[in-house]
Design a binder for this molecule. Structure first.
Ligand SMILES: [Mg+2]
Length: 441
């Protein structure tokens, strides 16, 4: 086998916008300029500032190694890392330009390579439990990161409402220690915090497998069904025995379903009509699909309801339990293999294998003990408004009652979600998110 030599220079200094020089420079590589200078422009933003600085630098044939810009409330901070050879004319011109443009310009001669190059990155996502985020909560988070020897490299605001969400990209540090410290901060300050490896597995197409009862929807379908059939007390008694450990899930499900024997199937229409989707469910699925994620529903409930919900939110793959029907009536039996706690995990593994997605790129979302195996198997297990035992064992827990808040854990910004919705002609409302309140001006 022969290999073609890579024609790209090993340490080409000109990088595409958004890529840090750190990412592509071999650690310790010397860029070709005599001096590496960091220019920082700050001031009120308006069109043409970045272009003006770069045009000025281009007149001096300056190499740009790195560039970052952020605008907060119309105030700009622009950092440009350049290599300078020869005299200081370019810096003098830059100072004069800044004076004319009424912006601040600072510059500093810096090391030619970064000591942070090649260090592992961890992403810490913080979601406020309401539309406030106190300084003390953020102080606790950043202190926890520092206590685990992490260095914050970048902070990004992901959402301002209906929750406030920030992403911290942390260089170095011990992610397990960070998670440990952050759990305490999260509980003390009523915030949700997720710690993930900041590697490439976070990007690209992933598989999301979601529980249905009390996750995609706010109800427990078996309780609604029991109410409609008129056997709520009997069903509740079986559920209680299962919770007490007297029955396993499959046995308790069979016992409860037997109570529905003889009921006309139309009862399922009435149950379906009573189901409430969790706020943000449609936005969540729609956005995931736009991003190329595969989405599946897996439920210990019933296919007759789960399939209808899947159609409503636009999910194709489902796994649930099938109620047997004969002559238009429920027989009180189930058809085929029962989807239970172990079954949910098996379904996740099978969906991942079918889609050629590694388990590290899967995300499982659920609230109950039945979801524990699936949350453990997935690359990222998210406990959603979960029972304490689930929240404690999952990779991360979300306690805000909006399913689309999970998008922030995946690094997706609310503005991007809204812009995609506005550009979608199939949506007839400008803001389809079923959440009260408006963003602060
Ligand atoms: Mg559930």
């Amino acid at each position: 086998m022969t290999t073609t030599p890579d024609p790209r220079p090993a340490d080409g200094p000109v990088l595409p916008a958004g890529l840090g020089a750190d990412a592509t420079h071999a650690p310790g590589a010397e860029p070709p300029g005599d001096r590496t200078v960091l220019l920082r422009v700050s001031g009120r933003d308006r069109p043409g500032i970045t272009a003006g600085l770069l045009e000025l630098l281009s007149a001096h044939d300056v190499d740009v190694y790195d560039m970052e810009q952020v605008v907060v409330r119309e105030r700009l901070t622009l950092d440009v890392l350049v290599g300078l050879s020869g005299g200081d004319d370019s810096l003098k011109d830059a100072l004069f330009w800044a004076f004319q443009e009424d912006v601040q310009l600072e510059f500093e001669v810096v090391e030619s390579s970064s000591s942070r190059a090649g260090l592992p990155r961890t992403v810490v996502t913080v979601v406020g439990s309401h539309d406030r985020m106190t300084a003390s909560a953020l102080a606790a988070v950043t202190r926890a990161i520092a206590a685990a020897d992490g260095n914050i490299d970048r902070i990004l605001r992901l959402a301002r409402y209906p929750v406030r969400a920030f992403e911290f990209v942390v260089v170095d540090g011990d992610p397990d220690a960070m998670r440990g410290h952050l759990v305490a901060s999260a509980q003390a300050h009523l915030i949700d915090v997720a710690v993930q490896r900041g590697d490439i597995a976070r990007r690209g197409s992933r598989l999301i497998v979601m529980d249905v009862d009390s996750t995609l929807i706010r109800n427990e379908v078996i309780d609604l069904l029991a109410e409609e059939v008129g056997c709520h007390a009997e069903v509740a008694a079986v559920t209680e025995r299962a919770m007490a450990g007297e029955l396993d899930f499959a046995a308790s499900l069979r016992e409860r379903v037997a109570l529905f024997a003889g009921t006309p199937v139309e009862v399922l229409d009435r149950v379906h009509a009573r189901v409430d989707l969790t706020p943000g469910a449609r936005t969540f699925v729609r956005t995931l699909k736009r991003l190329g994620f595969k989405v599946a529903l897996v439920s210990g409930g019933f296919t007759a309801i789960v399939r209808r919900l899947a159609d409503e939110v636009g999910v194709k793959r489902v796994a649930a339990n099938e109620l047997e029907v004969e002559d238009g009536r429920l027989t009180g039996r189930l058809v085929g293999e029962i989807v239970d706690r172990a079954g949910k995990a098996r379904v996740l593994e099978a969906f991942a294998a079918d889609n050629d997605i590694s388990l590290s790129q899967t995300v499982a979302i659920g609230d109950g003990a039945n979801d524990l195996d699936m949350l453990a198997v997935a690359g990222l297990g998210i406990a959603f408004n979960a029972k304490p035992i689930v929240a404690e064992s999952a990779d991360t827990a979300i306690t805000v009652p909006y399913l689309d808040a999970i998008l922030f854990l995946l690094g997706i910004r609310r503005e991007e979600v809204e812009a995609a919705d506005l550009a979608d002609p199939s949506l007839d409302t400008a803001s389809p998110i079923a959440i009260p309140g408006t963003p602060p001006a």
